[in-house]
Ligand binder design. Structure first.
Ligand code: SAM
Length: 466
């Protein structure tokens, strides 16, 4: 989501005449889009901002801005550690960044003193509708391989109140974008060569529940999937993050009847213990969770699953963790984000008794990571000898081969024969590691695709991530 927010800010800045540069060393303005989900992300952002401010001491007209969740969470308290920062901009004000930068420049040009910090953390009705502009790779460099995959923000904020989570504080109440706007954005992306869309939100499965009706038992989120599915040129649809609570019959069935919907579901579990799920204020049980996994596997037998898990939530005993471990095996995840619980001041869990030691969190984290490693390798190796459809995204890191993803979201690397970027192509897999499939494109069906063609102050946007 941060990547998508940064991209929308970059697109607005570009439209205003700023130039987005690829290297931090070249920029006049450094904007740090920050995360607050765990303390490690905040510390990383503070470290990076401190480093940027050291540069500002050598060059006073250098501009440093802190955007996003950490800005929202810490507000002006950030100035105690980072007194010279120029902008502190919250999560409902991303679209105001170009205006603030223009004002800063105008004030400086008029000889006003440096040193005032612009702080805007206010709520803004309708701000969810402002995350809509894109900068595609081909816009920045006309000879770049065409960008074939894009994120589309459908919602901001969260109403779930999980006991561990800072997001409702940093992102505000759940607000959805109008369906028509989202569909228009997807159509525009398709016209610019994008083939794969990932719909984004904190709890995408709650999309539109305040604004639109269920029609014929179909939720607004599934209605949105149907509308995106109907867009010509879009070949693949993904979404993240859903909530287990949102997997009703209509969504499970959508996987059976919408062929563009890829067979990969990110289904955050958090814990496999019902006692801990209750303490986390997660409104499902381990039994219900497994029912959803089974229903999805019944709808699509080759379904891939990933998840989010928190180890070391306050009060988590060995028995609770054993249940998480057991469920982890039963769900047989292909990918997982395993987090050590991080205390977030202001959340209910921060005050709970039974905080777990770092050493225990580390041990539990390791156990699940080892298990995940085995699962991912086994699943990837099961694909050796098979032909999987990949969406060819562009050159790999070496620049000598191409990379793409299977429908199950596995990364594949293969020889760069022809110019199939942006195409769906059959790939015969001949080798697999835990994270990557290697193989050869099967020539039939692979056609050439032409890359699309797509006075300034240079800006560098950096994101801290989870
Ligand atoms: N849709 C997701 C869900 O169902 O909860 C929410 C995504 S949340 C922003 C990203 C992930 O960060 C969560 O799923 C959770 O695993 C993790 N997370 C949130 N707060 C955390 C904390 N205080 N400590 C460790 N991990 C945390």
């Amino acid at each position: 989501m941060n990547e998508r927010d940064s991209e929308a800010v970059a697109a607005l800045l570009r439209a205003r005449g700023y130039r987005i540069v690829a290297s931090e060393a070249e920029c006049d303005i450094l904007l740090l889009n920050t995360c607050a989900v765990r303390d490690a992300a905040e510390q990383k952002a503070i470290g990076k901002a401190g480093y940027a401010l050291a540069r500002k001491r050598r060059r006073p007209d250098f501009v440093v801005g802190i955007l996003g969740c950490m800005a929202q969470n810490r507000g002006t308290a950030l100035l105690e550690q980072l007194p010279d920062v120029d902008l502190i901009i919250g999560t409902q004000k991303f679209h105001q960044v170009p205006g603030y930068l223009d004002n800063l420049h105008a004030a400086r040009a008029a000889g006003m003193p440096l040193g005032e910090t612009i702080v805007d953390l206010a709520e803004e009705p309708g701000s969810q509708n402002e995350i809509r502009d894109h900068v595609l790779a081909q816009d920045e460099a006309p000879d770049a391989p065409p960008q074939v995959s894009a994120f589309v923000s459908i919602q901001q904020g969260c109403n779930m109140d999980c006991a561990f989570c800072i997001v409702p504080k940093t992102r505000g109440d759940e607000r959805s974008r109008p369906m028509e706007d989202i569909v228009r954005e997807v159509e525009q992306l398709a016209a610019r060569g994008v083939r794969e869309i990932t719909l984004l939100g904190q709890i995408v499965t709650s999309y539109g529940r305040r604004d639109s009706a269920h029609t014929g038992g179909v939720s607004p989120f599934v209605q949105l999937l149907e509308r995106v599915h109907a867009v010509d040129g879009i070949e693949r649809i993904r979404f993240t993050s859903p909530h287990p609570r949102g997997f009703k019959q209509d969504l499970v069935e959508a996987f059976g009847r919408l062929p563009k919907l890829c067979e990969h579901v990110h289904l955050p579990l958090q814990s496999g213990s019902n006692r801990i799920l209750r303490a986390m204020n997660r409104p499902y049980t381990r039994e219900r969770y497994l029912e959803i996994v089974q229903a999805l596997r019944a709808a699509r037998p080759d379904m891939y699953f990933s998840t989010d898990i928190i180890v070391g939530f306050p009060g988590e005993t060995e028995e609770d963790f054993a249940q998480t471990r057991e469920l982890f095996e039963a769900a047989n995840y292909d990918m997982a984000y395993i987090f050590k619980y991080s205390v977030r001041t202001g959340t209910p869990a921060a005050e709970m008794p039974g905080q777990v030691s770092d050493e225990t969190k580390e041990q539990r984290n390791r156990i699940l990571l080892d298990r995940l490693h085995e699962n991912s390798l086994r699943r990837n190796q099961s694909l050796v000898g098979r032909v999987e459809e990949v969406l060819v995204e562009g050159p790999d890191k070496t620049g000598r081969r191409l990379t793409g993803r299977t429908r199950g979201n596995r990364v594949a690397v293969f020889a760069a024969s022809g110019r199939p970027i942006g195409r769906l192509a059959p790939l015969r897999i001949d080798r697999a590691t835990v994270s990557t499939l290697y193989g050869e494109l099967v020539p039939a069906g692979v056609e050439a695709a032409e890359p699309k063609a797509g006075g300034q102050t240079s800006v560098f946007l950096s994101g801290s991530s989870r």
